[in-house]
Ligand binder design. Structure first.
Ligand code: ZN
Length: 165
C-alpha cells in the first residue's frame, strides 16, 4: 500500500488586488444575488462568467417547489454562457452569495454578502469541468466580504472527476 497526497494551490486575495476586469466580474456576480429566486432556502447566489471575447454571462439560483427542479447560480450561468456563445471558451467564473434568511420579509435586499466565500456544489463543478476540458482552464473566483479566493481551474476543485465513459 502506498499513501498518496493531493495538493491544490489557490490565492487568498482582496478584490482590490485583482485586475479591473476581475473586479467587474465580482460586481456582476454580486448584482446577480439580487436576481435570485430562492423562497425556500433564502440563500441568494450569483455567478458571472467571463467569456473568451470579453463578454459576461450571468446566472442566479432559481428554486422550485419541486426541489430537485431547482438550479444553482453556477450551472445557470454556465449553461447561459454556452447557450449564448456555443463553442466559446469560458475564462473565469466569479461567485457571490447572501443569506437573506434572517431578514424580515421585504427587506431581503439588505442582507449582507457572506463574509467567507462559498464554493460551487459537486454538480456545478462537474458541469463547469466539461467546458474546461473542451476549451481550457476556467479560473474560479470565490467572493467573500472578508476573504476571497482564486483557484486556477475547476479541476483544482474537483480531483478524480468523472470525465469520460
Ligand atoms: Zn451547484
Amino acid at each position: 500500500m502506498k499513501e498518496k497526497k493531493i495538493e491544490i494551490t489557490y490565492k487568498a486575495v482582496s478584490p482590490d488586488e485583482l485586475p479591473a476586469e476581475d473586479r467587474e466580474l465580482i460586481e456582476r456576480a454580486k448584482e446577480m444575488t439580487f436576481r435570485s429566486y430562492a423562497p425556500y432556502s433564502r440563500f441568494h447566489v450569483g455567478a458571472a462568467i467571463r467569456m473568451a471575447d470579453g463578454s459576461i454571462a450571468e446566472g442566479s439560483n432559481q428554486e422550485n417547489a419541486a426541489f430537485p427542479s431547482s438550479i444553482c447560480a453556477e450551472r445557470n450561468a454556465c449553461w447561459h454562457a454556452s447557450a449564448l456563445h456555443p463553442g466559446m471558451a469560458m475564462r473565469k467564473i466569479a461567485i457571490a452569495a447572501r443569506n437573506v434568511g434572517s431578514m424580515p420579509e421585504g427587506e431581503e435586499d439588505k442582507a449582507p454578502f457572506q463574509a467567507q466565500p462559498i464554493s460551487p456544489c459537486g454538480a456545478c463543478r462537474q458541469s463547469l469541468l466539461e467546458y474546461e476540458h473542451l476549451h481550457g482552464p476556467i479560473e474560479v473566483i470565490l467572493y467573500g466580504a472578508d476573504d476571497s479566493y482564486v483557484f486556477p481551474s475547476v479541476a483544482s476543485l474537483l480531483p478524480f472527476s468523472f470525465t469520460e465513459f
